[in-house]
Write a protein that binds this ligand. Sequence first.
Ligand SMILES: NC(=O)c1ccc[n+]([C@@H]2O[C@H](COP(=O)([O-])OP(=O)(O)OC[C@H]3O[C@@H](n4cnc5c(N)ncnc54)[C@H](O)[C@@H]3O)[C@@H](O)[C@H]2O)c1
Length: 257
Amino acid sequence: MGLIAPQAMRFQNRVAVVTGAGRGIGESYAKALAREGAKVVIAEVDAEQGERVAKEITAEGGESLFVKTDVSSEASTQAMGKAARDVYGGVDLLVNNAAIYGNMEMHSLLTVPVDYYQRFMAVNMNGALLATRAVWESMAERGGGAIVNQSSAAAWMGGGYYGIAKLALHALTHSLARELGPRKIRVNAIAPGPVDTEATRKIVPEGILKAILVGMPLGRVGLTDDIIGACLFLLSDDARWITAQILAVDGGFTMRA
Ligand SMILES: NC(=O)c1ccc[n+]([C@@H]2O[C@H](COP(=O)([O-])OP(=O)(O)OC[C@H]3O[C@@H](n4cnc5c(N)ncnc54)[C@H](O)[C@@H]3O)[C@@H](O)[C@H]2O)c1
């Protein structure tokens, strides 16, 4: 055996769905999964960006399919699950990454227009459940699978409706881990601190970002590359006895005794 390890290919013959993979963190997850051999379904509402990511993966020699998907719609998520089965034969892995984030409206809980609040929750909270419902049977038929829900440190910070939706994802992670464990499907979540994406640059004021970094042990904003490892670990067989966990990937930002 050579001393130099070959490039890890942990996801060969696996099919992965990444929601909201048209840009930012979801795009990084999708490309990283493809690099390790997965066939990747880009389940994204923004057709232009979703197509672009799928094409870039294919151009690099990977396999990828864009399926226009609105995670807040049962019909749309079910159609996405069917497309994944029709084209790739089934689904093994799901990353529930889609959210209203980069173009989020800022309101207080006391004044947020109810229509907006409901739309927000339909995407950021219910979307993960609907996408899971669209693929879990296929995972079960194939002998099991793994799901990662994309939370945020904002879940623990009184982060308004954004934080409420993320904290709800923790409860969803726990309950789905119970319901799907007997089918050999693991469900975990990642709670990143601030990650330098176009969306963060747009909506997090520089002063607030600086204040966050002052108290953070590792003292710098995260890069999308900094969280890929945690996501792929939780999806991989290396994490085969790990389920119902919320993993903070945040430079030590949320430290609690
Ligand atoms: N960037 C950060 O600092 C940070 C930190 C913690 C958690 N997160 C979470 O990570 C995820 C990605 O963050 P990002 O910075 O890449 O955000 P982003 O806004 O750049 O990406 C979100 C993607 O989701 C898509 N999307 C929105 N609504 C959708 C819907 N209804 N159906 C399908 N797709 C939809 C968008 O089109 C977009 O491509 C989000 O869940 C966000 O809440 C981000």
